[in-house]
Structures are given as C-alpha cells and as structure tokens.
Design a protein around this ligand. Structure first.
Ligand code: GRF
Length: 211
C-alpha cells in the first residue's frame, strides 16, 4: 500500500497534528507525514521537532507571494500529495488553492456552513446554540466554504464558556480529522483498505460523528 504523503500546516498547539501523527504510525493508515510547515514559533512547532519530522518555520514573511513560493518549493521537494491545515492561521491565496485544487483539507471549529471565520466558540454561545461542533472540509477559494468531508457535534451545556467549549470540542476534533482524512484518501482511491469506526462510536457516547 502506497501511503499518501502529507504536509501539515500549523500555527498553534498542534493537537490535531499530533493525533494525525499517531494515526500515521499505524501500518494500515493510508498516510504519512513528510513535512510540517509553521508560520510561527508555537507548541506544534516544538512537537514536530521533537517527533523529528522535517519541520520548517517560515515566519516574519508578510509577503504572501514570497511565503507561498517558498512553500511550493518545499512541497515539490518532499513530493507532497495532500496538505492538511491544522490550526493554520494564514489565509492561502486563491492562486495557491487553485494550484492545489482538492488537495488541501482544513478543520474548522463549527458545524459549517454556520460560523465561518474566527471566534466560533464565542459566536455559538452568543447565539444560544444547544449544539456545537467541528467540520473537516476541502479548501476552496472561499472562507471555510469547501465541500464537507466529516462533521462532529457536541452538546452545549448552560455553564459552558468559550474556553470550556473549545477544550471539550478539541478531543473530538482530533478524532474527526484522523477519520475524515482517512475517508478522503480511501474515497479518492489512493488506497483500498477500509477500517471501521465502531470503536470510536462506542467510546464517545455524547458526540455525533458523521464522516
Ligand atoms: C482547532 O480548533 C481547529 O478546529 C482550528 O484550530 C484549532 C487547532 O487546534 N482550525 P490544534 O492546534 O490542532 O490543537
């Protein structure tokens, strides 16, 4: 089985990156991480260095064109098939997205198309939502608007604030990304082998997954 070569782009704590990394270590998971790109010195950057991935920090580069040029050279050099944005805070140009059409995935902390953009946990509380969730989608030229691969939903409790909600959602997001990525790769016939989602469903009774 040929594994799909991933590049992970991140700017933050790196929990999604970490869970993808753990999944990729399994022999039957259809992907492997070949490159990690960070736009700032962050926890995810340190994790990646520790795990000994090829980790590139491109910071203080406000020129979008120069940033993406550098990134493109790296992606080619490392024969990347698919990019996973995992808490990456830079918006990619439409030119870049066009060049990588259907080859960039993102995880967004809301049940899209509700609440694209920033501050989703706060917005969920402000709107009195009873459920919240997260979405893994293909990146297109719009803001958090590409085709949806998988979503999860959790209950919002009356005493949840934005930090509590973010923390509660994170562990399910980590699982959602791993499973959605796997589905995306298999659906695109990069590999054939299917694994089941039974264990996850049993373990997490207070969350709905649809992948
Ligand atoms: C996640 O909440 C994700 O939905 C959003 O950024 C956060 C990244 O978290 N895009 P982490 O850095 O993977 O822990």
């Amino acid at each position: 089985m040929k594994k799909t070569n991933l590049a992970i782009f991140l700017s933050g704590t790196g929990s999604n990156f970490k869970s993808i990394s753990e999944a990729c270590l399994k022999p039957d998971y259809p992907a492997m991480i070949k490159l990690v790109i960070c736009d700032r010195d962050c926890n995810g950057y340190n994790i990646s260095k520790k795990l000994q991935y090829k980790t590139i920090l491109i910071k203080h580069l406000n020129d979008q064109f120069a940033f993406e040029n550098k990134v493109t050279i790296l992606l080619k050099k490392h024969q990347i098939d698919l990019i996973c944005l995992a808490g990456f805070m830079k918006i990619l140009s439409s030119e870049f997205v066009k060049n990588w059409k259907n080859k960039i995935l993102n995880i967004h902390p809301s049940i899209l198309p509700l609440f694209p953009g920033l501050n989703t946990h706060k917005k969920v509380i402000q709107h009195g939502m009873k459920i919240h969730g997260s979405t893994v989608h293909i990146v297109d030229e719009g803001l958090d608007s590409g085709p949806i691969i998988g979503q999860c939903a959790i209950k919002v409790n009356p005493d949840d604030d934005k930090n509590k909600l973010a923390e509660k959602l994170k562990k399910y997001e980590n699982m959602l990304y791993v499973k959605s990525l796997e589905k995306f790769i298999r659906k695109n016939n990069i590999t054939e082998n299917k694994t089941s989602f039974k264990k996850a469903k049993k373990e997490y009774n207070d969350v709905i997954f649809s992948i």
